[in-house]
Design a protein around this ligand. Structure first.
Ligand code: GLY
Length: 264
């Protein structure tokens, strides 16, 4: 399928150092390779996020920040334009929560949290991981959720993963595993948000951004509109794509990257 249009975007989180763009580029390349192999958009988005989870410079997977009590609790989710959705919340002790969310998507449930999420992971042979001992960081400085959106010429997909907000209380959940808040994918495009989870959730950010794509607004216009919904002290970043165009932006620094091949 040499002329099929493929597109992928990744980001290392609102607040991530723009100098870490190489990490986002590597993740994009891994997702694009998957698209080229014909895996489809969902697998490509998952592979992009796995690369970001494995890059300790970002707040997800191996780089996840610790909670106030020193625990490392992570959230992740995946969605595609067929309406399939899977999420895990406050999961501890695994390296790549996005893979567990992806596996969960194929189960009878959409989301599992805490002990139940870990039980699900063990039942499906995910190895536990104790490579990182958390150090609580109560400041909100630093980076947030990582994400990826992908288009395989037919379907859109989005994936997110986060260590949450450093120093937040154990059990706190932000926007990531909430459908339509941190991410959304449908037949008109895909959106992945990053930033202050409470503000992202209150704004139903990803779904409302998607609705603008559905109404025909261009990705750059949509991003400008969405950034306006947030106060100055609320960090927010987005990557999003329609069938023809894509964009990424944040009101903080943000390492992000995009690749496309073929003609839209
Ligand atoms: N955006 C991730 C979080 O607030 O948990």
């Amino acid at each position: 399928m040499p002329n099929t249009y493929h597109c992928i975007l990744t980001h290392g989180g609102a607040g991530s150092d723009a100098a870490f763009r190489d990490g986002a580029e590597t993740a994009c390349r891994m997702g694009m390779d998957a698209l080229g192999q014909g895996t489809g958009a969902l697998e490509a988005a998952v592979r992009g996020v796995v690369a970001l989870e494995n890059d300790g410079r970002f707040n997800a997977g191996v780089g996840s920040r610790a909670r106030a009590d020193g625990s490392v609790q992570m959230d992740a989710c995946v969605m595609d334009s067929d309406g399939r959705f899977g999420a895990v919340a406050v999961i501890e002790g695994f390296r790549n929560p996005v893979l567990i969310a992806h596996k969960l998507m194929a189960s009878e449930h959409c989301m599992r949290a805490g002990r139940g999420a870990a039980e699900f992971a063990l039942e499906h042979d995910f190895e536990t991981w104790t490579g990182r001992k958390g150090t609580a960081d109560a400041s909100y400085e630093g980076s947030d959720t990582v994400g990826c959106v992908a288009f395989d010429g037919t379907r859109f997909a989005a994936a997110l993963s986060t260590g949450g907000t450093g120093g937040s209380p154990a059990g706190r959940v932000g926007d990531v595993p909430l459908l339509g808040c941190g991410l959304y994918a449908g037949p008109y495009g895909a959106v992945a948000a990053t930033g202050k989870g409470e503000a992202i959730a209150r704004n139903m950010t990803a779904f409302r951004a998607y609705q603008m794509l559905e109404e025909g607004m261009g990705p750059n216009f949509v991003i400008e509109e969405v950034l306006d919904w947030f106060e100055e002290d609320e960090d927010i970043g987005l990557i999003l794509m329609s069938r023809k165009a894509w964009a990424g932006q944040s009101n903080r620094s943000m390492a992000w990257s995009g690749l496309s091949e073929g003609e839209p």
